[in-house]
Ligand binder design. Structure first.
Ligand code: SAM
Ligand code: SF4
Length: 332
């Protein structure tokens, strides 16, 4: 096998790696309030083992990585993993998705270790609303983390904003203003039913057409193709603005046709698709390059054509079994 090509002709060059399922926050759309049963530390892939999976992936055409979690910055000495991964031949780009709470202290070390880009999750600019959404009052430290990332030289800094109907949709205009005034790329994300499809999701799912309505009322906007990234974001620039914004709308308009990604969970599950249950554990193949290559090949064989979150919203039958993992146990 030369390249990671699936049955639908999609080439995969992007691996998202969750380094932990633990988190210091409890975002309402991601984890239940009581948390989930966390993986014991002894069952997590070690940094050596993650590097081994990446080495095999890189030999098959993986060039881009994203480190995620849970909250990746709760895993000790993350910069040492970044340094290790950035030295693997073929790896060109290593990004991080973080809630930002511990970023101020680590930004420079991560940059020095070879991290190329950072996405920081920020759903609200209001402290009490932040405490409601994340179930922890940590807005100030997130904002400090964003500042520190800029000082460390990350550019562009992307903000991930999950929009929730009747919770933070009244802040769309404020986030657009941030994108207009600051060198930030604000990515609005639709709330996905990962590991749950309960009333919370049905009541708070908001299609992102709302963002375009508000943007068009206030600004002259135009599609842009050059925001550096590996994902499905539909990017827009604002005439006269410093930053830009993007829409990630997996439900109202899915982007599976161009999917280029695989996911590795913290306990070693290689997932062909975020939504479905199927995954292949890499642990049995550690130390055996041929067996590890086989696992990547199998992931290509079983990768489904698309997720069916829109069907879930419409309450129609699904073709596969959805995952029971919550987003914090996959990595987004
Ligand atoms: N803890 C880190 C953070 O929050 O950035 C990384 C892990 S988190 C699972 C990755 C991304 O997934 C975050 O931007 C978060 O907002 C998003 N996310 C979590 N649950 C989601 C859901 N149900 N629907 C859409 N996005 C979700
Ligand atoms: Fe933690 Fe990120 Fe999930 Fe929030 S979205 S609970 S910060 S993993």
């Amino acid at each position: 096998m030369k390249a990671l090509k699936d049955r639908f002709g999609r080439t995969h060059n992007y691996l998202r790696i969750s380094v932990t399922d633990r988190c210091n926050l409890r975002c309402v759309y991601c984890m239940p309030e009581e948390g989930v049963a966390f993986t014991e530390a002894s069952h997590l892939l070690t940094y050596d083992q993650i590097a081994e999976v990446v080495e095999v992936g890189a030999s098959l055409g993986i060039t881009k990585l994203r480190i995620t979690g849970g909250e990746p910055l709760v895993r000790p000495d993350l910069h040492t993993l970044i340094a290790r991964l950035s030295g693997i031949p073929g790896i060109e780009d290593i990004a991080l998705t973080t809630n930002g709470v511990f970023l101020a202290k680590q930004a420079q070390a991560l940059k020095d270790a070879g991290l190329t880009r950072v996405n920081i999750s920020l759903d609200t600019l209001d402290p009490s609303r932040f405490a409601f959404i994340a179930r922890r009052a940590e807005l100030r430290r997130v904002l400090e983390g964003i500042e520190a990332a800029a000082v460390a030289g990350f550019h562009p800094i992307k903000l991930n904003c999950v929009l929730l109907k009747n919770v933070n949709e009244d802040e769309i205009a404020e986030f657009l203003r941030m994108a207009y005034e600051k060198p930030l790329h604000v990515r609005f994300i639709e709330y996905m039913p990962i590991g749950h499809a309960d009333d919370n999701w049905r009541n708070h799912y908001l299609p992102l057409s709302r963002v375009l309505d508000i943007a068009n009322e206030r600004y002259v906007i135009a599609r842009r193709e050059d925001v550096k990234g590996n994902g499905p974001s539909e990017d827009w620039e604002i005439e006269g603005g410093v930053g830009s914004f993007g829409l990630i709308h997996p439900i109202s308009d899915h982007f599976c046709k161009s999917c280029n990604r695989l996911r590795l969970t913290a306990d070693g599950g290689l997932k062909p698709c975020l939504y479905w249950m199927d995954e292949l554990n890499v642990k049995g193949a550690l130390g055996d390059t041929a067996a590890m290559r086989e696992i990547f090949a199998k992931a290509m064989d079983i990768k489904p054509e698309n997720h069916e979150m829109a069907a879930k919203l419409a309450d129609t039958a699904l073709s596969h079994v959805p995952t029971e993992r919550r987003m914090s146990q996959i990595g987004g």
